[in-house]
Design a binder for this molecule. Sequence first.
Ligand SMILES: [Zn+2]
Ligand SMILES: [Zn+2]
Length: 247
Amino acid sequence: MQRIKLIADLHIHTIASGHAYSTYAEIVEAAAQKGLQAVALTDHGPAMPGGPHRYYFGNLSSLPEKERDVEILRGIEANIIDRDGSLDLPDDYLQRLDLVWAGLHIACLQPAGKIINTEAVLNALANPYVDGIVHPGNPDFAIDEEAVVREAIKRGKVLEINNSSFITRRGSMTGCMEIAREVRRFDGIVALNSDAHVAVKVGSSERALKLAAEAGISPERILNADLDRLKAFLKSRGKRRFREADV
Ligand SMILES: [Zn+2]
Ligand SMILES: [Zn+2]
C-alpha cells in the first residue's frame, strides 16, 4: 500500500469535554504545526458527565471557519442514550454543526448485548443529522459489524477507526479489524482519527492507519486522506457551510 498522509483529524476533544486538557487555541496551533488542513472539534455531548451544556454547541458558530490555514469543523461526539438511537443534543442544534458523530459510551448507556447494541447504532444512523459512528470497534459494545457497515453505506455515512481505541479501549483490535474488513468488502468509507484529549495527540492516527492498510482499505476509501474528498462528503451530507463548495 502506498504511503498515505492524513490531512485532517476529525475527532478531537477540548477542555469543554470535562476530561480533556487543551483549549481551542492549543488544538489549532497543534494542527497547524503538524501540517493538517482540517480539524474537527468534537467534544462529548451533554450527557457525558462533565460534558458541555447544549449552548456550547449552539455557539460553535462563533468560531472562525479557518485559522492558520486549518479548516475548523464545528462538531460533536454525540452520545447514543437509548436503544432507539436517541442522541443527547436536539436536532435543531445538530443540524447547524459541520460534523456529527454518534457513539456508545458506558457513562451514557449500559451495554445490553449484541442485538440491542446494534439496534441502538442502526437507529442512530437513521438520524439524518448523524454523519458517522465513532469507535464502532469498541469491545465494550458488541455489535453486528456487517449490519452496521451496510447501514452506514446505505445512508452515505462513515465509520471511524479510532486510534485511541488501541490505547484506552483494551481489546479493540478485533472489532476494529472486523469493521475495516466489512468496509472494504462493501466499499464503504472510514475516517482514521486520533480522538485526542490533549493537543500533543492531534493528528496521531498511526495505528488506525496501519490497521486500515492491513485490512486492505484503499486510500480513496479514507475520508480524511484528501481535503476535496472530505469537502465533497460534507457537501453530500447537506452541510450548510459546504453546500456551495466547488468540489
Ligand atoms: Zn472523552
Ligand atoms: Zn468516544
